[in-house]
Design a protein around this ligand. Structure first.
Ligand code: GLY
Length: 576
């Protein structure tokens, strides 16, 4: 099975099944010679970092297995759609809830051919999607791409059929491919979720053994989202290690370290110890604990599958990497615990009972603590308060800076907002990010309309694929509220309002009623971006460096991902 580390240098990890087939789509490799046919199919280990912060909800994962069928100049739309229908309806006995097809835009026409094929199969609910939703690729900065048709079962997108008709050059220019191809991607975990009729992927057979293991072995029950993070991350950790990644501070190694360090605190305090001694020789013998034990469970389960048998062959090597990282984390953590203890003692003895945002920030960034862990410790001292809003602001700034470095590697998505400095890799991506940026302003306005003016942005994270908006509000939104917010934003998009800015002294800008981050240090002169005909009549006004679209209709259709998670102190919304 192809590795998670691709040959393609433009990406760090394998994010889709088609990646290994890029040369075949481009006519640079011969499928007949290699597969005896113009058509092939695969199961591909895949890893996506874009959703890492969403892990913990019902359906987002970092590591997953992707099923796909591919054609390089063999069959095209008709057969691909018929195969998709046959597999879902006839083989699996599922009902197709609806399908989506590409609705067309200025550059690429609507995919009427796919509409007709679906109709001929008796599918009634055929929805048209935009470039954002129904156009796939390329992976990395350039490559094959094209319109898609997606199959939804019980509202879950299970299968994405891509018709690779174009080559996307760096910068976004599309060129027709000489031979069009088919690339499909179906996430195994989501498929299993609908086949087994489970409400979340974590209740499927694929995750049950890990959850059972955690439930039996944890000395204290953990909340569901915490177990989901452990279960997702541990699969990613095991498969990254076996494919040769080692924890480090750069590239793939950094991703691995990040997964490990995010997962470890979830287990550390729960003394997941096992007296089992592993190791062939006595001098290699050791006792397993925490992450290692869960990794061992993953190795045991996956090795039952023939294609993953190599995991058990390399079990000791995998466990050793985890153990060593665990040990180095322990040292950091032990030090941090002493620091935290001192901070708590001081807060109690000086009578403030407050742990400052700066102290929390130091504990998280320098000592590898998780917020949950600090909260848990603090809870033990009656009346102790944590300055989490200050921490959020600090952390947001810090993340933006470090992300700029990391994400450059993913095709240049590095982005710093609020400073007016936008660093996106190329024009097409810059356009997408800009649309999402304006949408974020409308979203903040709509949330305040629906939930009240106490709603405040706590942060946001924009990539060309989606934006996440964090805000403070004491409960999860009801589906009706979410729908209302969505409607309001779309209404303003339809009104095609102009987006402009005025530069003015900070004090004057504050008086306009424009929103800004209280904790942020703004220069004496700031830009106020407003959406509407004039600053006075604008629906949204914010201190912001831009850039933004010039008219709201350029944003396109706005959707909130209903699976958005609910982390500790804010909720997140997704704009697809
Ligand atoms: N390559 C199609 C997909 O990943 O959805």
């Amino acid at each position: 099975m192809p590795s998670l580390i691709p040959d393609d240098p433009s990406v760090l990890l394998t994010t889709a099944g088609m990646q290994q087939f890029k040369p075949y789509f481009l006519g640079k490799a011969d499928p007949i010679k290699d597969f005896g046919s113009k058509n092939t199919a695969s199961i591909q280990k895949s890893f996506r970092t874009s959703d890492i912060d969403l892990v913990g909800d019902e359906s987002h994962l970092t590591f997953f297995e992707m099923l796909g069928n591919f054609s390089f100049g063999g069959y095209f739309k008709k057969e691909a759609i018929e195969y998709g229908y046959e597999f879902i309806v006839k083989e699996l006995g599922l009902e197709i809830h609806y399908v989506t097809v590409f609705g067309g835009d200025r550059e690429v026409g609507a995919d009427e051919e796919s509409v007709k094929i679906w109709q001929s199969l008796g599918v009634k609910d055929i929805r048209k999607g935009s470039r954002e939703d129904n156009f796939w690729g390329p992976t990395g900065s350039e490559g094959p791409c094209g319109p898609t048709t997606e199959i939804y079962v019980r509202g879950v997108e299970v299968w994405n059929l891509v018709f690779n008709e174009y080559y996307c050059h760096p910068g976004g220019k599309l060129e027709k491919l000489r031979t069009p191809g088919v690339d499909t991607g179906m996430g195994l975990e989501r498929l299993v979720m609908v086949v087994q009729n489970m409400p979340t992927i974590f209740e499927t057979d694929l995750f049950k053994p890990i959850f059972n293991f955690l439930d039996q072995r944890l000395s204290k029950p953990r909340p569901e989202w915490s177990k989901r993070i452990i279960a997702d991350h541990i699969r990613g950790i095991v498969f990254l290690i076996v494919d040769g990644v080692r924890p480090s501070n750069k590239d793939q190694g950094y991703i691995l370290r990040r997964l490990m360090r995010r997962a470890m605190p979830h287990l550390l305090e729960f003394q997941l110890w096992d007296p089992v001694v592993v190791g062939e020789k006595n001098d290699h013998a050791f006792k397993m604990r925490g992450l290692e034990l869960v990794a061992d469970c993953v190795i045991r389960e996956y090795s039952k599958i023939k294609d993953y048998k190599y995991l058990s062959d390399r079990r000791e090597e995998i466990l050793k990497v985890i153990r060593e990282e665990n040990d180095s984390f322990d040292r950091v953590y032990e030090n941090g615990s002493k620091v935290l203890e001192k901070i708590i003692n001081k807060a109690v003895s000086d009578g403030t009972f407050v742990i400052s945002g700066k102290d929390i920030f130091d504990l998280v960034t320098s000592h590898g603590f998780s917020i949950e862990w600090i909260k848990d410790k603090a809870r033990k001292i009656h009346g102790l308060k944590l300055e989490l809003d200050v921490f959020d602001e600090e952390f947001k700034k810090h993340q933006e800076v470090s992300r700029a470095g990391l994400e450059k590697k993913f095709g240049g998505h590095g982005l710093i907002l609020n400073t007016g400095e936008l660093k996106a890799g190329d024009e097409a991506e810059l356009k997408k990010v800009t649309r999402l940026h304006t949408a974020t302003h409308l979203l903040q306005w709509a949330l305040r309309e629906v939930l009240g003016k106490e709603v405040k942005q706590a942060g946001s994270d924009i990539t060309p694929e989606r934006t996440r908006f964090d805000f403070t509000f004491p409960r999860k939104l009801t589906p009706e509220e979410t729908k209302k917010v969505e409607e309001l934003v779309n209404q303003k998009i339809m009104e095609n309002l102009p987006v402009s800015f005025k530069e003015m002294p900070r004090l004057e800008a504050e008086k306009t009623g424009a929103l800004y981050f209280f904790k942020e240090k703004y220069p004496d002169k700031v830009k106020v971006y407003y959406i509407g005909k004039s600053l006075e009549s604008a629906v949204s006004k914010e201190f912001c460096g831009g850039p933004h679209v010039d008219h709201t209709s350029k944003i396109g259709e706005f959707k909130i991902d209903p699976r958005a998670p609910r982390p500790l102190c804010f909720f997140s919304l997704r704009l697809l």
